[in-house]
Design a protein around this ligand. Structure first.
Ligand code: SAM
Length: 294
């Protein structure tokens, strides 16, 4: 971090702030970990970064040292004047007050220029490549992942700090797949990087965290299916996770078990298997069978 950056702890005291548990405000206060997160995004001075939830700007300082432009979206209005004052002399850093789930990541990137901190003009220039970095509030992790990966265009790369257990689920292999794993791996190649102990945060959360890096695929892992159809079938398959696929599919797709058996067998999937054993390619086959495009 640059020598000018105050610690989040100093800022909390100076502004007499109470951190909001309801917004997942567990600030990362260990600068070694902050530097490693920023480092994992392989930032160049030509890069634009969208940071989700800058808090008091601890990670933002590290991103600002490395990237050409940083746009940070923060939901807590109280933090906006503090962030803008802290970064007043860094024109390549902008802050937007808002809920990331209600904003389009590429539009925010396009519309907020370095000389228009936090204001969104009416007309957007053409889309540009961007990366996403953030220490996510745990309660919106899955929603943010889906929102970011499904945005058009998506980022080229995302480096996110998530709960350790969520990171493990994202990188799971066949036998331990979940709706989260399928959703992430459909759009990206996830890698679990270093673990960050609960003691590195203020206040200390109940569980450890882990940095994950998602290299977003140029094309989804199953390119020849419509994503909405693919996920309708996958969601049906996971709707009753512990049950055999023939049961969960018939419940989730409102069809008979015999119909589900036929679809599964024609897709080369044994109907008594469970959803966690099914590969992305097999879900693709099943989607094509269900929608009659095979
Ligand atoms: N980046 C800081 C750090 O690493 O110490 C703060 C991370 S803290 C875990 C999460 C931050 O996200 C908080 O500042 C919180 O106010 C913000 N936040 C929560 N929900 C949000 C949302 N829907 N959109 C944008 N920011 C949000």
């Amino acid at each position: 971090m640059s020598n000018r950056a105050p610690s989040p702890l100093d800022l909390v005291r100076r502004h007499d702030l109470s951190l909001k548990r309801s917004l997942g405000q567990n600030l990362l206060i260990d600068s070694t970990h902050l530097a490693r997160i920023a480092g994992a995004a392989d930032l160049e001075t030509t890069d634009t970064v969208l940071e989700i939830g800058p808090g008091l700007g601890a990670l933002t300082h590290h991103l600002a040292e490395r990237a050409g432009r940083v746009v940070a979206v923060e939901l807590d209005q109280r933090l906006m004047p503090i962030l803008r004052a802290e970064f007043a002399d860094r024109p390549h850093v902008s802050f937007v007050h808002g809920d990331i789930l209600e904003l389009s990541p590429p539009e925010v990137i396009q519309m907020v220029g370095p000389d228009q901190p936090g204001t969104i003009p009416a007309a957007a220039p053409a889309a540009e490549a961007y990366k996403v970095v953030g220490n996510l509030p745990y309660y919106i992790t899955s929603a943010v992942l889906r929102h970011v990966l499904e945005s058009l265009p998506p980022p080229t790369l995302a480096v996110l700090l998530v709960q350790h257990e969520v990171a493990q689920r994202m990188v799971a292999q066949c036998g331990a797949m979940s709706l989260l794993a399928v959703s992430v791996q459909f759009y990206a190649r996830p890698r679990a990087l270093h673990k960050i102990p609960a003691g590195a945060f203020l206040p200390r959360p109940k569980v450890d965290s882990r940095v994950v890096r998602l290299d977003v695929r140029a094309q989804p892992a199953v390119p020849d299916v419509e994503p909405a159809r693919f996920f309708q079938v996958v969601r049906a398959g996971f709707s009753q996770r512990r049950k055999q696929l023939r049961n969960s599919l018939s419940a989730g797709l409102s069809c008979t078990k015999e119909q589900a058996d036929r679809w599964l067998t024609s897709s080369g999937i044994e109907p008594r298997r469970r959803a966690e054993t099914v590969s992305l390619q097999e879900w693709g086959m099943l989607t094509r069978t269900v929608y009659g495009t095979e």
